[in-house]
Write a protein that binds this ligand. Structure first.
Ligand code: MTE
Length: 301
């Protein structure tokens, strides 16, 4: 790997930086080609956040295909074969297509974006992602006017990759967004983090990151993107519809039926800074609240 290039990328993460944050610089820079990595901070990056240590982001995971404990994905995700990899675009589009992962990596310049990430389980992290807006890919796919929603389909290859259990989930993991949510520039198609290729346990080689929604909306290791007319099925909504709604916007005013959403535990923070109030839309209200004008966000949780 080109270490200098990685360091340039890391420096672009800004004052919060990586030094002393426990980052392990072990993975390749996510893009090797000269013209493919934009090191400048994206205008969509969130300033002033303290990065979660890389060690925590990669060892405290939810990736049920590789186990149900937080440490399981780090141990088991080596099974995931990320090459060859392609993403099929299907459904309400002018023409169905298959993108090889290397073509997707080069489709648009990579941007470094620091986002606050809030899990429905009331913990949070701050992650420097690398990717570009999902809207860039959507525009390339020429969806039909009938495409009102988009569904993400994660890997499903029980033969070699998934552990031989289903954790009560019927694979593949599926998630979805309304079309205007998917087109919002903050919705990121992410290929890496901390300037490196996406670690397998975090959803390599490509996932989404939707910062104003609970983390489960951000599907990992995506193999298909389907444009659909109607609100698509989503994994956690199928399992417990009264607990996990389709929208799942971060909302401190709508408690989960089994716990409050008013505060969150900041993973990796010193003990005296571990609890912080949860913000409406995870702090991204100025950018996204208009998407929900006139909607009852308690009913549409
Ligand atoms: N995507 C797939 N395919 N499988 C999963 O189990 N878990 C979701 C989401 N995407 C999940 C998934 C949940 S519950 C969360 S909180 C985030 O991924 C966790 O992402 P992280 O482990 O990178 O922090």
């Amino acid at each position: 790997m080109n270490r200098r290039r990685f360091m340039t990328a890391a420096l672009a993460l800004g004052a919060t930086g990586l030094a002393g944050e426990g980052a392990r610089l072990t993975r390749p820079a996510i893009v090797e080609a000269d013209d493919a990595l934009t090191t400048g901070s994206s205008k969509y990056s969130t300033p002033g956040l303290r990065l979660t240590p890389f060690e925590d982001v990669t060892h405290y995971n939810n990736f049920y295909e590789f186990g149900v404990s937080k440490g399981d994905p780090a141990q088991n995700a080596w099974r995931l074969q990320t090459r060859p990899w392609s993403v099929k675009i299907e459904g309400e589009v002018k023409k169905e297509r298959i993108f090889d992962i290397d073509a997707l990596l080069k489709l648009r310049p990579m941007e470094q974006r620091v986002y606050q990430f809030r899990c429905v389980e009331a913990w949070s992290m701050v992650i420097p992602w690398a990717g570009y807006s999902l809207s860039e890919l959507i525009n390339e796919c020429e969806p039909l006017p009938s495409a009102k929603f988009i569904q993400f389909i994660s890997l499903d290859d029980p033969k070699d990759e998934l552990l031989p259990w289903n954790a009560g989930i019927s694979w593949p993991y599926v998630e979805g967004l309304r079309m205007d949510e998917a087109m919002h520039p903050l919705t990121l198609l992410a290929f890496g983090m901390y300037g490196q290729e996406m670690p397998k346990q975090d959803g390599a080689p490509v996932r989404v990151a939707v910062p104003w929604k609970y983390g489960f909306k951000s599907a990992k290791s995506i193999v298909k993107i389907r444009f659909v007319k109607d609100q698509p099925a989503t994994t956690w909504n199928k399992i417990a519809p009264d607990e996990y709604g389709f929208y799942s916007n971060v909302n401190p005013n709508r408690p989960h039926p089994r716990w409050s959403q008013k505060t969150e535990r900041v993973i990796g923070a010193p003990i005296w800074k571990q609890l912080q109030p949860t913000l409406m839309f995870n702090g991204y209200g100025d950018q996204v609240a208009y998407l929900y004008n006139g909607m009852d966000l308690i009913r549409n949780y």
